[in-house]
Design a protein around this ligand. Structure first.
Ligand SMILES: [Fe+2]
Length: 387
């Protein structure tokens, strides 16, 4: 067995109505001024956020809301947020929303403490040397796992590149997981974020850097998603399915922040940055193509995935059992309405080389169980483009 390290410092508070704990948590921690980062979408007007702000006000906590975060937060959004937070002199941050507000909040916190521009950390790989102000993440989607991970992704709109920055210093201090916040999530968002969580779990499980702890987390997340994502999509008010998906997303986050990701994310980032395809949708499209290509590298683990997703592998040769993992993911995708090809979401055939070029620079490509060079990526992406 290989040596490994595992870390997950975030204090997790899970439960229906868990948001009610936030004012008391802030008081306990001595936070008097909270900078609240949220999205431009309906989330900023949600009754849950308005109630939270009112409850914080009742115990004397001053808040300032920064609701300029777009899907795939930009360099400008991080820069402006850091300036606004500095002017407000916050004690801590609350990130309320999906992966975009949570990632933006992480970067805002880190830039405030470490100085410079987020571009310094994205492009020249400058390392953070200090913690930012503490971060309380309250996810309203079940997919990103950002509430427990070390990573934050920012999009450089000028060069159309999405780049993740990873640092233990930006792991959130607290994650409040309240399934009630997920009930109003639209079907399309439930499906896209849910398949993102499945991608995290599968990429972590087959990763070169996987270890026994991440394997345990990843496999249980895969099973929970297989059992609950259809239910959450079919009936958004099903609090048990919502809670299980929220938990699976967090568990998958704990797995991938330690084991890393792979080629699905490496390809999904340029697809998202160049063509505006939602992160979860891009991952969902690419997932079976990358799995199929990587099967040969670890039949045993793909067989485990097939079983976790409910496939009957009794009496099958290992290779055939492993193949069922791809079938199971494809069926799940069909059932929840994730497109089958990049062509279906408007990515043209001419985009092939641009996506290959960008994906080949992905920092975690070496974490793929099957080593992938540009030619391998070209084959996989060509298939997804239906060329
Ligand atoms: Fe992701």
């Amino acid at each position: 067995m290989n040596d490994f390290m595992f870390r997950m410092p975030t204090r997790v508070i899970f439960g229906v109505g868990a948001c009610k704990n936030v004012p008391q948590l802030c008081k306990e921690q001595g936070f008097a001024r909270m900078f609240v980062v949220t999205g431009r979408t309906s989330t900023r007007k949600s009754a849950h956020l308005l109630t939270l702000l009112a409850e914080l006000g009742k115990v004397g906590i001053v808040t300032q809301v920064y609701s300029d975060v777009e899907a795939d937060p930009s360099v400008e959004t991080v820069t402006n947020g850091a300036a606004a937070m500095a002017a407000f002199a916050a004690d801590a941050i609350i990130a309320f929303g999906g992966g975009s507000p949570m990632d933006a909040a992480k970067s805002i916190s880190m830039i405030s403490a470490n100085g410079g521009s987020i571009l310094d950390y994205m492009l020249v790989r400058k390392a953070y040397t200090k913690r930012g102000v503490p971060l309380i993440c309250i996810p309203t989607t079940a997919g990103t796992g950002s509430e427990v991970t070390a990573a934050a992704v920012t999009t450089d709109k000028e060069t159309h590149r999405k780049i993740g920055v990873s640092s233990d210093f930006q792991m959130p201090a607290f994650a409040i997981i309240d399934p009630e916040l997920h009930v109003s999530m639209p079907l399309s968002v439930t499906a896209a974020t849910g398949i993102d969580a499945l991608t995290h779990a599968i990429e972590a499980y087959i990763a070169v850097k996987a270890n026994p702890v991440t394997d345990s987390l990843a496999l249980s997340a895969i099973k929970m998603i297989g059992e609950n994502l259809r239910l959450a999509c079919g009936n958004g008010a099903d609090l048990t399915a919502r809670g299980n998906m929220a938990l699976a997303s967090l568990i998958a986050g704990g797995a991938f922040t330690n084991a890393g990701l792979g080629a699905v994310h490496g390809i999904a980032h340029p697809v998202g940055a160049q063509f505006g395809v939602a992160h979860g949708v891009a991952n969902g499209i690419m997932l079976p193509y990358v799995m199929e290509y990587c099967l040969v590298a670890n039949y045993q683990k793909f067989r485990d995935i097939a079983i976790a997703l409910g496939q009957d592998v009794a009496g099958l040769e290992l290779q055939n059992a492993a193949q069922l993992s791809v079938e199971a993911v494809t069926l799940l995708k069909q059932d929840i309405g994730i497109p089958a090809t990049l062509a279906e979401v408007g990515v043209p055939a001419e985009a092939l080389e641009g996506i290959v070029k960008d994906a080949s620079t992905y920092r975690q490509l070496g974490n793929s169980p099957r080593p992938l060079d540009e030619n391998d990526l070209r084959i996989i992406i060509s298939q997804a483009l239906a060329l």
